[in-house]
Write a protein of this length. Sequence first.
Length: 386
Amino acid sequence: MTARGPVVAMLVPGGLEHSGGIGRWAGYLLDAWTAEGTGRPEIIVVETRGRGGKLAGILAFPLGLLRLGILLLSGRLALIHVNLSSRGSTVRKCVVVYAAALFGVPTIIHLHGSGFDQFYLRLHPRFQRIVGGMFARARTILVLGEVWRRFLVEQVGVDPGKITILYNGVPKPRRLSVPVAGEPCRIVMLGRLEPRKGVPELLAALGSDSLKARAWRAVLAGDGDVEGTRQRAAALGLADRIEVPGWIAAERAEALLEAADILVLASHAENMPMSVLEALAHRVAVVTTPVGTTPEILQDGVSALFAPPGDIAALAEALARLIDQPTLRAEIAAGGQAVFRRDLDIALSADRLTALYRATAPALGAPDGIGKAAGSPDLQEPGTRA
């Protein structure tokens, strides 16, 4: 019987379906990882935060550590890919990275959390040193944009030579959005229904006199304050124009994007929001806030329309422009899809990660010359030109 080869353990909180943007990104990556048949190293997903009841939440992390220990003892654990956000995630990942360094297992830290900067800056200096030690022990650090590279270097003291920008990616859609002449403009929001996502401002904008006078219908889909969102929409007289279905499965979200004219996300804080990337891939015009890495990948008036966080009037104006001007809507949608094709296809992420994995963990091999140090021409930063 042939011995099984070395593996990459990817730490994902709550699995692929219950960890928000991290889980969706990881799910898309794994689909692309195996679809190409390129002989990439095997990835095993290890849950580090439970889903369901409190007991599941308590048991998930020790069970994840046990699984890592079994892989280590079997001699198959070549690399640990640590998906990191803030608060409890940072505590759990510190344990993993420090332990991995003790046993000589290389780690990659992949920073996702939109609030990590504020979380870190509020820590006591002693705990900041512990977090800094975690980054120091990682072989490679992935960030979603220049804003995070700068924060880690300037505030945490991370060696800039260890940091690589890897944009989130999404797959090519099965079907693109198709405009339907003569029907109300179809507006979609996909995300947790909470103030951080700008839901109160979005409702206020949709309830403004300006937008009430225009023809549109909206779906605000996500978990969080579902009933409260429905009640606020009803209080604005919009119950018959705004659907609030709550959390929806991936298939329903894809169907909404296939039928959408505009994707809106009015967040106060993001890293690289997956719903925006999915809208770009589906050729849907995007209205969003220039937070996180969004202004690094999108250009106002070319590939999206920007409205400042919390600015209800600007948000209403941006939506009104796209509702009123189908030609502008098509231009913005096409500009966004061009960004997706250049930088945000998950197949590109899979290729770059293959090289990074092999460069970081020699046990994974480096066939065909792959495996040069991060920063080599084979690992050219996204959005740059050869």
